[in-house]
Ligand binder design. Structure first.
Ligand SMILES: NC(=O)c1ccc[n+]([C@@H]2O[C@H](COP(=O)([O-])OP(=O)(O)OC[C@H]3O[C@@H](n4cnc5c(N)ncnc54)[C@H](OP(=O)(O)O)[C@@H]3O)[C@@H](O)[C@H]2O)c1
Length: 287
């Protein structure tokens, strides 16, 4: 059992290092709230912030970082190119706009947010931006194995992560295994099931919470860490941010890891049906 709460880092396939725990910022559009949340996260020791062009909060993330006193080089920043920017020119311009909003001259990791329509020109723009020194690593989000392989076949630069929905009710073990076999790290979104009450009250998780003297959220996040995922919980409450950070001072034993694996129901908690999401995206991306 570790005594100190030491944050762990992972080395990506391109040699860059990423803190395994990051703070998510989805659905924090309010500028002041997002700034306060990111300030709290940095103050509590988080050194990895996950944002996206579509979250409309990159400026708040950048301001929070600038005002925090934490060195830019000590923070890992991720953003994602949204589907309306999938032509080469729009993707390139959108990366420059993200850099300006974030107030930085490089972004640690940029992802293709969703594999809708023709995302290939956006990938090429990301490769070029990486070669121009604007981005340190590039990756994917919500890509199936087939879509991932297309990028591997055609791309010049290797994607280092695929950010996918992953939590105890939707573990995506086959996709994760295949990605890992290719050296592509998994980042888990909705790691706490988007705060699902059913998950927070799940009896096995509640029992483990009692046994380990940790909250259900901490048990779930620790499970993700031991599954070798990069994990991105979101909270706008300082107390939850602090709680979610205290997951490096205990370990789940192998039997308890298995008990959580057995909770898999192949149940996505993402409410917008993917066909509707894609249909909306196609409307946006029509020339
Ligand atoms: N690539 C993609 O397509 C994609 C999609 C979705 C999300 N993401 C990324 O993944 C991140 C995480 O996803 P998410 O924000 O939707 O879901 P999440 O982190 O699974 O859950 C967030 C919810 O859990 C609650 N929560 C957080 N810590 C808690 C704790 N210790 N105890 C009890 N409740 C707690 C939060 O409420 P409070 O604020 O009240 O604490 C919030 O309602 C996002 O912020 C985003 O960065 C990426």
């Amino acid at each position: 059992m570790q005594n100190q709460n030491m944050q762990t880092e992972i080395t990506l396939r391109d040699g860059n290092r990423i803190p395994q725990l990051g703070a998510g910022t989805y659905m924090i559009e309010n500028h002041q709230l997002c700034k306060a949340t990111v300030r709290d996260a940095l103050d509590l020791g988080y050194r990895h912030i996950d944002t996206a062009q579509i979250y409309k909060n990159e400026r708040a993330v950048g301001e929070a970082l600038a005002e925090s006193g934490v060195d830019r080089k000590d923070v890992f920043l991720t953003t994602k190119v949204w589907v309306t920017n999938f032509t080469y020119e729009k993707a390139s311009r959108s990366i420059d706009a993200s850099l300006a909003r974030l107030g930085t001259d490089y972004i640690d990791l940029v992802l293709v947010h969703r594999p809708y329509g023709n995302y290939w020109p956006a990938w090429q723009a990301m490769e070029d931006a990486m070669e121009a020194g604007k981005i340190r690593s590039i990756g994917l989000s919500n890509f199936s194995m087939d879509q991932t392989r297309q990028i591997l076949d055609r791309g010049r630069i290797y994607p280092v992560v695929n950010q996918i929905e992953c939590h105890p009710f939707y573990q995506q073990r086959e996709l994760r295994r295949e990605l890992e076999s290719l050296g592509i790290r998994v980042e888990a979104w909705y790691p706490l099931g988007h705060g699902s009450r059913r998950m927070m009250q799940e009896p096995v998780l509640a029992e483990l919470s009692r046994i380990y003297g940790k909250s259900v959220a901490q048990i779930i996040l620790r499970w993700h860490i031991q599954e070798d995922c990069i994990v991105l919980p979101k909270s706008t409450r300082r107390s939850h941010l602090a709680e979610n950070f205290r997951i490096f001072d205990f370990q789940l034993n192998p039997e308890d890891m298995e008990r959580i694996r057995a909770l898999d129901r192949n149940e996505t908690l993402f409410k917008c049906p993917l066909w509707l999401d894609e249909w909306k995206a196609r409307l946006f991306t029509r020339a």
